[in-house]
Design a protein around this ligand. Structure first.
Ligand SMILES: *Cc1c(COP(=O)(O)O)cnc(C)c1O
Length: 379
């Protein structure tokens, strides 16, 4: 059981309430990659009804460049990678994927190579945002057509790439699933729920937890933990990427692997029982309406917190809408929002163009090339 450099495998002690999970599915190890016990703060979001209170769990602060929700999943996935004796990783996602960026940086810090399979419209790689960071840590990029499906295209490519890497470098590559979501990655947010309990989750009387969903692993982890602890919080996954149907299928696969649902789905718990999904993808994955962009800007301007364009902005935008238009969708009035990070997607160039298109006065840019007035000797 050897591990690289400063990232030793640490034996993982699962919370006692996970004891009904299939024993083989309880991780033996974790690797400390994140800066955890992230703070919870009152978040005075603009445009919400007075009787609602929103708090934010700052998982955008799990690290500086190795940041966001993916770090929690990688603590378990990379432990599995090392435990299996792999010396490289393969990850897949969109061209500006946070998941790939986190995997690439974690891999490099651990002394492993990274290979990223990315969906792309073009055959050129734009080195901005996350992709720039991937480039700087020396990742290898493989561009695939946009929207090619997982089961029949992406995962076969992963297996081919595995064979190619083994043949050309002699290294075994660990295949990280899309978004880091599978029966192992889901432990990131089971562990996060445990962390929340230590931070007074139950004593604080929150009624709802809201989180953005992409591959669904984060919200599933929270849903599983909420269910196993018998807590009565309502868990909301704001699906910013795929359909509700996808989430229910993937979620149920994890529940079956964990032994919480029968193989034929006839008994046990279902994803639909433990997570409430809302589709918030809007005009498309990774694309924003002017209202969503306005929302990002307004939240940053009013609260100093940055929500990313792809996930958290859509989650918050629709949470605000929900509080105003269909408050009964929420169980109560005290909401804990999990901020999943993703700040580097603000640097893709889209936001810069938006700002550049504005007038100087809107941008609060003042022309002051020459110092003409008398300067007071002191103030
Ligand atoms: C990946 C990601 C999500 C979605 O998390 P999943 O576990 O894939 O559902 C949400 N927000 C950000 C910023 C992400 O990078």
């Amino acid at each position: 059981m050897k591990s690289n450099l400063d990232y030793p495998l640490v034996p993982y002690e699962a919370p006692s309430w996970t004891s009904t999970i299939n024993k083989d599915m309880i991780p033996k190890y974790t690797i400390k990659l994140g800066t955890l016990n992230t703070p919870i703060q009152r978040w005075r979001l603009p445009d919400i009804p007075d009787d609602f209170e929103v708090f934010v769990k700052r998982d955008d602060m799990t690290g500086s460049v190795l940041t966001g929700n993916k770090v929690r999943k990688l603590e378990f996935l990379m432990a599995d990678c090392v435990d299996k004796g792999c010396q490289a990783v393969i990850a897949c996602g969109g061209i500006f994927s946070n998941s790939c960026r986190a995997a690439a940086i974690a891999a490099r810090q651990m002394g492993l190579d990274s290979h990223l399979l990315l969906w792309s419209k073009e055959t050129e790689m734009p080195f901005t945002g996350n992709a720039l960071l991937d480039r700087l840590v020396g990742s290898n990029f493989y561009l695939m057509p946009k929207d090619c499906p997982f089961q029949t295209d992406v995962y076969p490519r992963m297996r081919q790439l595995y064979a190619h890497i083994l043949k050309t470098s002699g290294k075994k590559a660990y295949q990280i699933p899309f978004g880091g979501t599978n029966e192992i990655g889901v432990w990131g947010y089971i562990a996060c729920f445990h962390e929340l309990m230590g931070q007074g989750l139950f004593e604080s009387n929150y009624t709802d937890i809201v989180i953005a969903g992409g591959s669904g692993g984060s919200v599933m982890g929270l849903g599983i933990a909420n269910y196993l602890t018998g807590s009565k919080l309502k868990i909301h996954g704001m699906a910013a990427c795929l359909t509700n149907e996808y989430f229910h299928n993937e979620g149920d696969k994890i529940l079956r692997a964990h032994g919480l649902q029968a193989e034929d789905g006839s008994t046990g718990v279902k994803t639909a029982d433990i997570v409430h999904f809302a589709e918030v993808v809007g005009i498309g994955y990774g694309m924003n309406t002017p209202e969503e962009m306005e929302c990002i800007e307004k939240i940053a301007t009013k609260t100093g917190i940055f929500v990313d364009p792809v996930y958290s902005s859509k989650a918050v935008y629709n949470l605000i809408k929900m509080m105003n238009e269909s408050p009964d969708t929420l169980k109560g009035k005290k909401v804990l929002f999990i901020h999943t990070g993703g700040v580097f997607d603000l640097f893709s160039g889209v936001f810069a163009s938006r700002m550049n298109a504005k007038s100087c006065s809107e941008n609060r840019v003042f022309d002051w090339m020459e110092l003409t007035d008398k300067v007071p000797s002191s103030v």
